[in-house]
Design a protein around this ligand. Structure first.
Ligand code: WT7
Length: 639
C-alpha cells in the first residue's frame, strides 16, 4: 500500500520524476501540491528569476501550514502519535502526544498568543529547550500567521539581542530554563539580559519547565500555564487557521555567512510546506506508522524542516529528544531507539564520530532491530564514520541517506532515496526532483568532467528555497546571486564521480562548520576584536577528528603580561558570552603580527596552512610585507 501518492518507489520512477520536474516544474509540483489542504487554489505554480531575485510559488493560493500539519489528520488519524517526547532524564516518563492532543494544544496556544496581542505578521522569538511546548509554540504562531524566529538554546544574550533587533521582535516565548545533560541552562535569565537592552518587547510568555527561580517583570512577563488556563476558562479551545498567502513569511531563522552579522533567512508558507513534506516522504521513504527520530534541535533548520513541519505535514510520528547523545552515558541514543522502536534515525556526522570513540560498550543490551533507515546531515561524512554507522548502528541492513542541504534551501537538495536510489559512502549522490545543480569553476564556466572540484550552484528555483534576507533584500542578492549571475550560489565545493554522483567537499567561503554549527570567521573576528585586550585577530578552520572542523584563532594582544593562560581563558569566556559556547576557539595563538600583504590584507591561506599543520607546504610568501612573521607564527604554533 502506498501511503503517499507522490512517493517514489523505484529507481526508474526516480529518473522519470526527475526528468519531468526539470522539464515541466509546473506540472510536476502541481501534482504534488494537490495532496495538501488549500483554502484557495493557486493561480500560478511558479514565477521566478534570479536577478532581482524574485521567487514565487503557488501564487494566489491561501493555506495554513498548521492546518496541514494538524487539522487534516484528524478525520482518519486523530489518535495516531504525532510527537513522542523523550525527556532529558531517562527516568522521567516519555510523553506520547496524539494528533488530536497536539491540535488541541496548538489551538489553545494560538488563542493565548492572540489574547496577548500577537497579530498576523508579528515576529515572535522562541527561546526554549527541546520540549513539546517548543513545537506547540511554533505551530501556534503559524496558525495565527505570526512569524516565528526560534533561537537555539545555546546562544548567548548578545546573540539574542542581535536577533531581536534585526527582526524587530515584539513578543517572546521562552522557558524558565532547559535541561541539557547534567546542566540546567537558565534561559529566562539569559533572555532577561537581552531584553534589558531592548525596549520593544510587549509580552514574554514564560513556560515553567524546570521550576528554576526567575524574575518576572510586571505587565511584560506572563506565565504560559496561567494564560492557557484563562483561555480554557474563556472556552477558547478552537482557533481558525489564519488564511495565509502562499508567499507570506512562515519563519525567520538566523544563520552565519562569510560577512557581517548572522542573516535572517526567510522561508514562506506554501513552497516550504510542499517541499519539506515531499522530501521527507521520499528521502526517508517514510511509511505511515513508522517512528522517526531526528536528533537535531528545533533551533536549527533541520529541526524546523525534518522534526517539525515535514514529518507532521506527512502525518508521521516524530521523536523529540530533550537531552544529549552522551548523557547519562554514550548509549543514550541506542537506548531511545530500542525504547521507542525507532525505524528511522537522522543525525549528524559529528555525533556519529563522537559516539564511535566510545567503542562497543554503549551497545550492550541494545538490539537496534527496529531501525530501517539511517540519515546524516550537516557536514561531509568521512568514509570511516559512514562505515561505522552502516555496520554498527544499521547492522548492514539499513540504507544511509546522506542529505546535503542548507538553512537557505529549506529542505534536502541532494541525497539518495533510502533503498531506492544507490548509496555511496561520503557521497550525497543525486539531486532530488526539482533540483538542478551545476558545478562552476572560478571563472564561471561549467565543469563537465568527473572528479574536478567546482563551486556548487543551482540553476532553477525550487519550492523550499529562501525568499529573502529579512529586512534586506539586497543582501540576499549579494550573498547568493552576485557571484555567478543567474545562479544560486551555495558556498560549497563539490565534484562528481563517473556515475554523476555528487560529493560535497565543504565550504569554500569563510564559513566554518564546527560540529555541524555554522560559524562565520568574519563574525568571530569582529567579536574577538571588540575585546579590549585584542588588537587584531584572524580565525581559520582546521581538520578536527570529531567536530569536522576546529577553530584556530590568531590574536595580537594588548595585554602587557607574558602569561597568556588568563588572557586565553578571558577570550573563551568572551566568545561564549558573545555568541555561545559552541563558537569557542579550540586553539588560540598569541602572535606579534599577522602575515599581511603590502596592501594590508591578511593572508589567510598561510594561516590556514599553519593551523592545518602543513608547514612544509606554505607556498609563496614573497608578496608579504614581512615574511619573517610566518616563521615566528610557525614557531609558536599550538598543537
Ligand atoms: C552547510 C549548511 C542543512 C541542515 C544542516 C546544516 C554543510 C550540510 C551536508 C552533507 C556535506 C553538508 C554544507 C552546507 N552540509 N549537509 N550531507 N554533506 N556537507 O545547515 O547550518 O545551513 O549548513 O552544511 O557545507 O553549505 P546549515
Amino acid at each position: 500500500m502506498i501511503d503517499y501518492p507522490y512517493q517514489i518507489t523505484s529507481l526508474e520512477a526516480y529518473h522519470k520524476a526527475y526528468a519531468e520536474s526539470i522539464a515541466q516544474p509546473e506540472t510536476f509540483w502541481a501534482a504534488v501540491a494537490k495532496h495538501f489542504v488549500w483554502q484557495k487554489p493557486w493561480d500560478k505554480v511558479v514565477e521566478w528569476e534570479f536577478e532581482t531575485p524574485k521567487i514565487e510559488w503557488f501564487k494566489g493560493a491561501k493555506l495554513n501550514i498548521s492546518e496541514n500539519c494538524l487539522d487534516r489528520h484528524l478525520e482518519h488519524h486523530a489518535q495516531d502519535t504525532a510527537l513522542i517526547w523523550e525527556p532529558n532524564n531517562p527516568n522521567t516518563a516519555a510523553l506520547h502526544i496524539s494528533y488530536q492532543a497536539l491540535y488541541d494544544k496548538v489551538n489553545l496556544m494560538a488563542n493565548v498568543l492572540k489574547n496577548n496581542g500577537v497579530q498576523k505578521g508579528d515576529r515572535v522569538c522562541i527561546y526554549m529547550g527541546m520540549i513539546p511546548e517548543l513545537a506547540i509554540a511554533c505551530l501556534a504562531c503559524a496558525r495565527i500567521g505570526a512569524i516565528h524566529t526560534v533561537i537555539f538554546g545555546g546562544f548567548s544574550a548578545q546573540s539574542i539581542l542581535d536577533r531581536l533587533e534585526d527582526a524587530q521582535v515584539a513578543y517572546v516565548i521562552c522557558a524558565d530554563a532547559a535541561f541539557r545533560g547534567a546542566k540546567t541552562i537558565p534561559l529566562k535569565n539569559i533572555l532577561d539580559e537581552a531584553m534589558e537592552q531592548y525596549a520593544l518587547i510587549k509580552k514574554c510568555i514564560v513556560l515553567n519547565h524546570c521550576h528554576e527561580s526567575i524574575q518576572m517583570k510586571n505587565e511584560r512577563d506572563v506565565y504560559w500555564h496561567e494564560e492557557e488556563h484563562k483561555a480554557i476558562q474563556a472556552g477558547q479551545s478552537y482557533c481558525a487557521p489564519c488564511p495565509m498567502n502562499a508567499e507570506d513569511p512562515l519563519f525567520i531563522l538566523y544563520t552565519s555567512g562569510s560577512t557581517g552579522k548572522p542573516k535572517g533567512v526567510v522561508h514562506t508558507c506554501a513552497g516550504y510546506m510542499v517541499y519539506t513534506t515531499y522530501t521527507f516522504v521520499n528521502v526517508f521513504q517514510y511509511k505511515k506508522g513508522e517512528r522517526y527520530f531526528c536528533t537535531a534541535d528545533i533551533g536549527w533548520i533541520t529541526g524546523h524542516s525534518y522534526l517539525l513541519y515535514g514529518p507532521l505535514a506527512a502525518g508521521a510520528t516524530s521523536i523529540l529528544f530533550e537531552g544529549q547523545p552522551t548523557w547519562p552515558d554514550a548509549g543514550r541514543l541506542w537506548q531511545i531507539v530500542d525504547k521507542h522502536q525507532v525505524n528511522i534515525l537522522y543525525t549528524a556526522p559529528t555525533a556519529i564520530r563522537s559516539l564511535m570513540t566510545y567503542g562497543d560498550a554503549p551497545f550492550e543490551g541494545k538490539n537496534l532491530n527496529s531501525l530501517r533507515v539511517l540519515g546524516t546531515v550537516g557536514e561531509p561524512i568521512n568514509v570511516e564514520a559512514w562505515n561505522w554507522y552502516y555496520h554498527k548502528v544499521g547492522q548492514a541492513k539499513c540504507p544511509i541517506v546522506d542529505t546535503w542541504w542548507q538553512t537557505e534551501t529549506g529542505g534536502i537538495m541532494i541525497a539518495n532515496l533510502a533503498g531506492i536510489t544507490p548509496q555511496k559512502p561520503a557521497f550525497a549522490t543525486l539531486p532530488l526532483p526539482g533540483i538542478a545543480p551545476i558545478l562552476l569553476d572560478e571563472k564561471g564556466n561549467e565543469i563537465l568532467d568527473d572528479e574536478i572540484n567546482g563551486q556548487l550552484c543551482i540553476k532553477q528555483a525550487w519550492p523550499g528555497m529562501m525568499r529573502t534576507t529579512y529586512g534586506n533584500h539586497q543582501r540576499f542578492k549579494e550573498n547568493y546571486f552576485n557571484t555567478y549571475p543567474g545562479y544560486y550560489f551555495t558556498g560549497d565545493g563539490c565534484f562528481k564521480d563517473e556515475n554523476g554522483f555528487y560529493r560535497i567537499t565543504g565550504r569554500i567561503d569563510d564559513v566554518l562548520n564546527v560540529s555541524g554549527h555554522r560559524i562565520g570567521t568574519a563574525e568571530l573576528e569582529n567579536i574577538l576584536n571588540k575585546n579590549e585586550l585584542v588588537i587584531e585577530s584572524a580565525v581559520v578552520g582546521y581538520p578536527h577528528d570529531i567536530k569536522g572542523q576546529g577553530i584556530y584563532a590568531y590574536i595580537i594582544s594588548a595585554a602587557s603580561t607574558s602569561d597568556t593562560t588568563e588572557l586565553k581563558a578571558n577570550l573563551l569566556q568572551w566568545v561564549q558570552n558573545s555568541i555561545g559556547a559552541f563558537a569557542k576557539p579550540d586553539k588560540i595563538q598569541i602572535v606579534n603580527a599577522l602575515p599581511k600583504t603590502r596592501s594590508g590584507k591578511i593572508m589567510r591561506r598561510i594561516l590556514r596552512k599553519i593551523a592545518e599543520g602543513e608547514i612544509e607546504n606554505i607556498g609563496d610568501t614573497s608578496t608579504l610585507l614581512d615574511p619573517n612573521v610566518v616563521t615566528e607564527i610557525i614557531n609558536g604554533k599550538i598543537d
